[in-house]
Each structure stands twice: as C-alpha cells, then as structure tokens.
Design a protein around this ligand. Sequence first.
Ligand SMILES: C[S@@+](CC[C@H](N)C(=O)[O-])C[C@H]1O[C@@H](n2cnc3c(N)ncnc32)[C@H](O)[C@@H]1O
Length: 259
Amino acid sequence: MRVATLEQLLDTLDRLFDDGSDWTRRNPREPVADHRVDHWAELFSRPDHPLTSDLPDSNLVDWRRRGLLPGGAGRTALGLGCGLGRNTRWLARQGYAATGIDLSPYAVRHARERSPAPDSTSDAIPGPTPDPIYAECDLLREAIPGGLYDLVYDSGCFHHLPPHRRLSYRTALASCLKPGGLFGICTFAPGRMGTEADDLTLLRRGRLEGGVAYSPDDLRAVFADLEPLDGGPLPSPEAGTEPVFWMDFLNAALFRRPG
Ligand SMILES: C[S@@+](CC[C@H](N)C(=O)[O-])C[C@H]1O[C@@H](n2cnc3c(N)ncnc32)[C@H](O)[C@@H]1O
C-alpha cells in the first residue's frame, strides 16, 4: 500500500507504535482474550485502582460552582473515553442527558452496571436521574453516536494518544461539539506525570511511555480553534464540600466552541 489519503497516513503512523504502548486502539494482531486488546480491562479490574472511583473530577465540580459549567437541564453531555463512567454519571446528576463512549468493551459493560448514585449536594437536581447511555466506540476511527452535544468532556483519554492521532481527535471533537458548546479536558501535567519528549522523538522511538504531559499552554495550542475559559492544575478538594476525584499530577482546561 502506498499512502494516498490522510487516513492511510495515520494508519501507517499507528504502526510505529506496534510495541503495545498505544492504548488508544484495538490491537488487531492479538487474540480477543489477550489483555493487550483491552489494556483498560486489566486496569479497571484492579479493585484498588483510582479509576474505579465513583467520584467526579474536582475541576468539574469547581467549574459548576463558579458558574463556568451550567446546569444540565435541557442540555446534552458526552464523555469521551468515559471509562467506568464516574464523570458521565455526575453530569447526569447535574441534569444533563449524558452519553459516555469508550473503546473498551469491559469499561462500557461495567459503566452500564453502575447506575447514577444519589447526590447529596444541595444543588443536585431533585427527583430521579435518567441513566446515562453508554456505547462502545473508537472515537479516533468511528463516527461518534448522538449528533452534536452541548458539553463534551474527556478525563484521561487524550493524553494517551500518539502525536499524529491528535488530528483524528480534533476531527472527532468538531463532529460532536455544538457551536457555542463547552469542551472540558483533564490531562497529565508536565513535571508530574507523562512524557515531555517532543513529538518527533516519540514518533522515532515508537513508544508512548504511558502518556504525554500537557501544560495549559499546550492545550490552548492544540485546541487553538476553541476559546479558552479556564486552565490549570486540578483544584484541590475543599474540606466540607462534596467528595471529588483529585490527583496532583493532572491539569484541566475548559474551552468554548465559537458560534
Ligand atoms: C485513563 S482512562 C480514563 C477513564 C475515565 N475517563 C476516567 O477518568 O475515569 C482512558 C480511557 O480512554 C479510553 N480510550 C482510549 N482510546 C480510546 C478511543 N480511541 N476511543 C474511545 N475511548 C478510548 C480507554 O478505554 C479508557 O477507558
């Protein structure tokens, strides 16, 4: 095959990461039962792993408290790479009609089994909360279900992409975020977690080293077509407020799509 289209170029560059360090694609060379097909199943099935938490990211709760994130009544939200659905469920509790998509069949199955927990905070939406919808989807290579969303949120998926797949990610985001809609993201922070090697080095090495670190400036550069609203380390949990997920090695940023 000779590269003639962008998709063929991206597929070819994927092959540089055939060492198994790219956890953002299904591995076509391994049998389905092999955990390398679903690296995430191995991780999510560890009972003590932080990502089995049911708590929402501290930045989400902070944005809601500061009025950057509106209540969800009459609005839709999409969790990209939603994992076991902890943030998607929180968005449903804020009143959003929430959908979560993930590459991992294990994650989707287990997210469906966890129904939204009752919310104890004073500004929680009263009454029953509709369950989020979860769907298996490779957001880099498949159409995202559900049309355009008012809010798209990604905690911890984007930083696992190989450099060239940022193009696929930006295309996917443009296909599912309403004009005027919000995009929130949470990534590894430089100096705390993730590699700071430049893209050419990563491509030459063909190894992702667990993920890439992004500063708020890096995120503003990657998502330069969006209007930045907030960015920085995850706000540390305040005593007496609702329990949140917080790690000192994460940054978060919030953007609005113009229009
Ligand atoms: C670090 S986990 C974060 C899970 C969840 N967002 C959380 O914070 O609890 C990254 C997630 O991204 C998902 N993912 C990776 N590549 C993906 C892709 N191409 N399409 C959809 N989901 C993907 C993984 O399956 C995994 O569940």
